[in-house]
Design a protein around this ligand. Structure first.
Ligand code: PLP
Length: 310
C-alpha cells in the first residue's frame, strides 16, 4: 500500500474456512470475501454501484442522489465511491437531525457528501412520483439511485459476482448462502451461478415480502433458491447477546469479521442449520460475505457496554 492509497481486490478471494463444527459435521465451507474488495467501497455495495456510476458518466450526470438511514452501508460506500470517482453526492437521510457522533455520518460528510433530512413520513414517500419529480426539477442532471442501491443497473454488477465465483470454483458447490435486505444481491446471484447450486437467501428483515421482491428482479422463473426467514433476530438491525457473542466467537476462530445487520445473521443461521443436520455429510457450501463491516462502528457506538471486537 502506498501512502494509504486504497487497494482494490477483484476478483475477491474465495477462502476455505476451518472451524470445529464444520469438522464435526463434515461440511466444507468457503467464503467469497466481498468484504475485501475495497476497505471503504466494500462488498455488494460496490457491485451495485459499478454500472450506476458508468451510466452516470456516459450520461454526463453531475450529481448522484441517493437515500438511506443514518448507519447505512449504502450511504457509506456510495460516499466513498463518489469521492473516489469525483462525482458530487447528495444523500436524503431518514431522520430529524444529524448526530455529530455517528461514525457513518461523519465518514460520509468527510467524503464530501451533502445531506438533507427527511422526516419518517417524508421518507416513506421518497419513491413517489411526486417527490421524484420535485427532485428532478431541482436537479435535472442528477442520477437518482434508490435506497440500498438496488435497481436494474445494480443487478448487472451483481451478476458479475456470480460469474466471478463460477470461474473461481475448483469444485462444484452444493449450497450458496447469501444475506438479503432488498433481495437485489440474491437476485443477481441466482441468475449467474450454475443452476445446480441450491441458493439459501437469509432474510435480515421480518416478513415474507422478499419472495416477491426477489422474483421481481429475476428475468424469468428460477427454482434454485429459497428464502430462510428464521434468523432476522426480531427484525431489521435488531440484535441480541447471542448474535454478538457469535460474531466475537467467529472472529476468534476464523479471523473473519461479520457485520451485525446482515452477514452475522446469515452465518448464525448457517451454523444453526448445520447443527440441525440441514447439510448432508460432504456438502460443499459457499457463503457470500457481502461486506458491511463499517456497521460495527455504528453498533459499538450505540451499544457502549456490549462491544463487537474488530
Ligand atoms: C446492503 C447489504 C446486504 C443486502 O443486500 P440486498 O441487495 O439489499 O439484499 C447484505 N449484506 C450487506 C453487508 C449489506 O451491506
Amino acid at each position: 500500500m502506498m501512502n494509504g492509497e486504497a487497494v482494490w481486490t477483484i476478483p475477491s478471494p474465495l477462502q476455505s474456512i476451518h472451524h470445529p463444527l464444520l469438522e464435526r459435521y463434515r461440511v466444507n465451507l468457503s467464503i467469497k470475501r466481498e468484504d475485501l474488495i475495497h476497505h471503504t467501497i466494500s462488498g455488494n455495495k460496490w457491485r451495485k454501484l459499478k454500472y450506476n456510476l458508468i451510466h452516470a458518466r456516459k450520461r454526463g450526470v453531475n450529481l448522484l442522489i441517493t437515500f438511506g438511514g443514518a448507519f447505512s452501508n449504502h450511504i457509506y460506500s456510495t460516499a466513498a465511491a463518489c469521492k473516489y470517482f469525483n462525482l458530487p453526492l447528495l444523500i436524503y437521510l431518514r431522520g430529524d437531525h444529524i448526530d455529530t457522533h455517528n461514525p457513518t455520518l461523519n465518514f460520509v460528510q468527510a467524503h464530501g457528501a451533502k445531506i438533507r433530512l427527511l422526516s419518517r413520513e417524508e421518507y416513506r414517500l421518497k419513491d413517489s412520483d411526486r417527490f421524484l419529480k420535485e427532485i428532478k426539477n431541482e436537479f435535472p442532471n442528477a442520477l437518482i439511485v434508490p435506497e440500498g442501491g438496488s435497481n436494474s443497473l445494480a443487478i448487472e454488477g451483481l451478476k458479475e459476482l456470480g460469474q466471478e465465483l463460477t470461474v473461481q470454483m475448483e469444485r462444484s458447490y452444493d449450497f450458496l448462502l447469501v444475506s438479503a435486505g432488498t433481495g437485489c444481491t440474491a437476485a443477481g446471484i441466482i441468475q449467474s451461478v450454475p443452476n445446480e447450486m441450491r441458493i439459501e437467501v437469509y432474510s435480515a428483515l421480518k416478513g415474507n415480502f422478499l419472495i416477491k421482491d426477489i422474483q421481481s428482479y429475476l428475468s424469468k422463473e428460477f427454482n434454485n433458491w429459497s428464502l430462510i426467514q428464521d434468523f432476522h433476530f426480531g427484525g431489521y438491525a435488531k440484535t441480541n447477546e447471542s448474535l454478538i457473542n457469535f460474531i466475537n466467537e467467529f472472529k476468534r476462530s476464523t479471523s473473519i469479521c461479520l457485520d451485525p445487520i446482515y452477514t452475522a445473521k446469515a452465518m448464525y443461521g448457517f451454523f444453526d442449520r448445520l447443527q440441525k443436520g440441514s447439510y448432508p455429510k460432504g456438502s460443499n457450501v459457499v457463503f457470500v460475505h457481502t461486506g458491511g463491516l463499517q456497521g460495527i462502528k455504528g453498533y459499538n457506538y450505540l451499544n457502549p457496554h456490549f462491544q463487537i471486537v474488530d
